[in-house]
Design a protein. Structure first.
Length: 231
């Protein structure tokens, strides 16, 4: 069984704590006994490669991921089978972000870190803006590169597909949804939303601080290969 946490922000997300360095994240995952994690910064994959290098030393699978914000201000958690696949999606996503400069004093710094946690750059474009991509376009893009798109934290009041649109369109052909760890019982929650019954669920920490990584215990109901092959 794979103990996972597939929604973790690094210090590249302006809202991610600066202690969220590749080494700190992967080592924290190790301490928490996780087998697989994903680095899912807002609209970027810039620190994934460094975390992958550390993961392979510690025997932890590090997936490339990205939390994409759609033009409807909905967060979609996206996971990729390889860095190459993620890069293809990232190129489209980054170019779909408006040209707004980050204000580090307000939003926080956006740090690129190498596998020794050295700062190798700072992203100047504000990453926490909505892209110009619609939910449909994000699903299409992610599918086209072999990744999976998962409506993020659907139970929350902000940046959630259910809050902003009210429902999940059949046309997206979504297989999974993410439900926050703050929801105690998936069963009870699904009872209140019978339209969600058919979706498989991922539960993650959405960690922005080290202590949040893996704080809720979740085991994958399939293999990682199967996760990317779900139809
Ligand atoms: Zn989010
Ligand atoms: Zn997040």
């Amino acid at each position: 069984m794979i103990k996972y946490d597939f929604h973790i922000h690094s210090a590249l997300s302006p809202c991610g704590d600066e202690d969220m360095t590749p080494n700190n994240i992967v080592n924290m995952a190790y301490i928490a006994g996780l087998n697989a994690i994903a680095i899912t910064d807002h609209n970027t994959i810039g620190n994934v490669k460094s975390a992958m290098a550390i993961g392979s030393q510690l025997g932890i699978t590090v997936l490339a991921g990205m939390e994409i914000e759609t033009c409807e201000e909905i967060h979609i958690l996206t996971l990729y089978p390889s860095l190459e696949s993620a890069e293809k999606a990232y190129n489209v996503v980054y170019n779909s972000l408006p040209d707004i400069k980050n204000r580090p004093d307000i939003f926080g710094r956006q740090l690129y870190l190498d596998e020794n946690d050295e700062i190798i750059g700072e992203e100047e474009k504000l990453l926490i803006s909505p892209t110009s991509l619609s939910v449909e376009q994000v699903f299409e893009l992610v599918k086209s590169v072999g990744g999976v798109a998962i409506p993020a934290h659907v139970d929350r009041h902000s940046y959630s597909i259910l809050t902003n649109l009210g429902f999940i369109s059949e046309e997206l052909d979504a297989k999974r949804i993410e439900i926050s760890y703050t929801v105690d019982s998936i069963e009870e929650y699904k009872k209140s939303r019978p339209d969600l019954e058919k979706y498989k669920v991922l539960r993650n920490s959405d960690a922005h601080y080290l202590q949040d990584i893996g704080k809720n215990e979740n085991y994958l109901d399939v293999t990682i290969e199967q996760l990317f092959g779900e139809v």
